[in-house]
Design a protein around this ligand. Structure first.
Ligand SMILES: Nc1nc2c(ncn2[C@@H]2O[C@H](COP(=O)(O)OP(=O)(O)OP(=O)(O)O)[C@@H](O)[C@H]2O)c(=O)[nH]1
Ligand SMILES: [Mg+2]
Length: 238
């Protein structure tokens, strides 16, 4: 879970995740030295969640500067795989992604052998927050269609950020080779999983709008998202 200035969201998120009936669940926070002290709050929270034999259930990867959500995710995933995780779930800290769907996503990954299970806003049953106006909904739809059309993929929510990965898929993708600093990470990862032949499944989710804290979306990350599908396609020799 990447965090940048999520002090208002983190304690509730941690309590929710650590309270899930999911044996073996570990939480890794990747904080980029948030000025609001999120990293410190994470360290304090981590002290309170231990296994029965006293090992940490939650840990924090501190990075020195705001380096983009894509790079934070890549670093966190690499660490989780290195630490022996069998599956890695990526999830934002702002309450947008439904923790209640994790068990279902894991069940689908296990029963199908899929390398990736997408928590999807755009399969039947998937829904978007009513707090999103028509303009924002349209923009999100359009961004999805833009990336999938250029890349020729059938993933319905290719821009989505709530995804469960098998360790095998993450190893095959080679996280060190990921070029995206920001949100285009979501598209780049899914495209690479497909190119390497992994099965991708989608489970419908309800996507909530953030209620606390600020979005980190800016023009630079939007421009990267516009350019990335073309770069990926060119590199794949299409
Ligand atoms: N470590 C780290 N985390 C980040 C960075 N940028 C964003 N995040 C985290 O990534 C998650 C998604 O970022 P958001 O700002 O919610 O992006 P978004 O979901 O596209 O935007 P909203 O719809 O406004 O919520 C949140 O948990 C952020 O705290 C970053 O540069 N470094
Ligand atoms: Mg968000």
């Amino acid at each position: 879970m990447p965090t940048y200035n999520e002090a208002g969201n983190l304690p509730g998120m941690v309590e929710l995740l650590m309270g899930l009936d999911q044996p073996g669940l570990r939480l890794l926070i990747v904080d980029d030295s948030s000025p609001d002290g999120t990293g410190k709050i994470a360290d304090e929270l981590a002290e309170g969640f231990l296994t029965e034999d006293g090992k940490p259930r939650m840990s924090v990867l501190h990075r020195t500067a705001k380096d983009g959500l894509g790079r934070a995710y890549a670093a966190g995933m690499a660490k989780a795989v290195e630490d022996g995780a069998e599956y890695v779930l990526q999830m934002d800290a702002d309450g947008s992604h439904p923790a209640g769907k994790i068990a279902e996503m894991l069940g689908v990954a296990r029963s199908t052998g899929a390398g990736l299970v997408v928590g999807s806003r755009y399969v039947p049953g998937g829904t978007l927050s009513d707090a999103w106006g028509a303009h924002r909904k349209l923009l999100s739809r359009w961004a999805n269609a833009y990336a999938s059309t250029i890349l020729g993929t059938r993933v319905r929510d290719i821009t989505g950020g709530f995804n469960l990965w098998s360790a095998g898929a993450l190893k095959a993708i080679d996280l060190a080779s990921i070029g995206s600093a920001g949100y285009s990470f979501q598209v780049e990862m899914k495209y690479k999983a497909l190119r390497r032949g992994f099965q991708v499944m989608e489970v419908p989710i309800h996507f909530e709008d953030r209620t606390v804290g600020e979005s980190k979306m800016n023009l630079a990350v939007q421009l990267e998202s516009i350019a990335m599908p073309w770069k990926l396609r060119a590199r794949a020799g299409k």
